[in-house]
Design a protein around this ligand. Structure first.
Ligand code: ADE
Length: 230
């Protein structure tokens, strides 16, 4: 699967791309992440990519020309043309079903904004899918793009050691429950002990206990969410 990330800050991705699961997936050529600096498409000798909003107001707006021309230049670099996603707090809120939907694409083009957002004509001309990673405002779309890459690659075959394991993720599949409590050694720490059932070797009892734990956690979280909405 190929990701093209369009950003004013490609350096932000260096650490992320060189670690852990993603680095291994890139090495195995299961995933390809290409970074593109929108500033390379800036016009004029000052390489300007943002300007003051017409009508006044605070902040700067990303200019339409470099963004549109960057996308138009990037699209033909690979097949297929890919799905264009604009990261913005105004977008559709990302959840596991959107992640799964995106993982069915061969190529995603992720457009990261900075400043107060994009000139509206970027959306009019390019008609991207707008996605938000949550109802809060980040300083830009870069971290949001990393969230998408991170969640989506878990569904690319071969990226996780065991191909089944993304299906067991919380929120995946039909059972959108939270995961049960997990423990590893030591068996006792500061008086906190691992539940006996996990040491019993009885797989049926362990499965039943875990199912119950998952259910309780899901219910507790749902109660918490309702509290927030009050
Ligand atoms: N850019 C700024 N805030 C964002 C958010 N919440 N989601 C996606 N992109 C963003």
């Amino acid at each position: 699967m190929r990701f093209d990330v369009l950003t004013l800050f490609p350096q932000m991705f260096a650490g992320y791309l060189s670690h852990s699961l993603l680095a291994k997936a890139i090495e195995k050529r299961l995933v390809d992440v290409q970074l593109h600096d929108i500033r390379d498409w800036a016009k004029g000798k000052h390489n300007k990519v943002d300007d003051r909003p017409f009508g006044g107001g605070p902040g700067m707006v990303m200019m339409v020309e470099p963004v549109v021309e960057c996308v138009e230049a990037i699209r033909p670099l690979a097949e297929p043309p890919g799905r264009l996603i604009q990261l913005t707090p105004q977008g559709r809120r990302l959840d596991q079903s959107i992640v799964e939907e995106l993982s069915g694409e061969e190529r995603l083009i992720l457009l990261c904004g900075r400043y107060e957002g994009f000139d509206e004509r970027v959306s009019e001309i390019l008609q991207p899918d707008a996605i938000s990673v949550g109802d809060y405002v980040l300083n830009g779309g870069e971290v949001a793009a990393m969230v998408i890459v991170d969640a989506v690659i878990r569904h690319v075959p071969g990226v996780l050691g065991d191909e089944e394991s993304s299906k067991q993720d919380s929120f995946s599949g039909e059972q959108r429950h939270l995961e049960w409590a997990q423990y590893t050694r030591p068996r006792e720490y500061r008086g906190h002990v691992v539940p006996d059932v996990l040491m019993s070797g009885n797989h049926e009892q362990i499965a039943a206990w875990r199912a119950e734990q998952g259910r309780l956690r899901t219910e507790a979280r749902e109660r918490g969410e309702m509290k927030n909405e009050e």
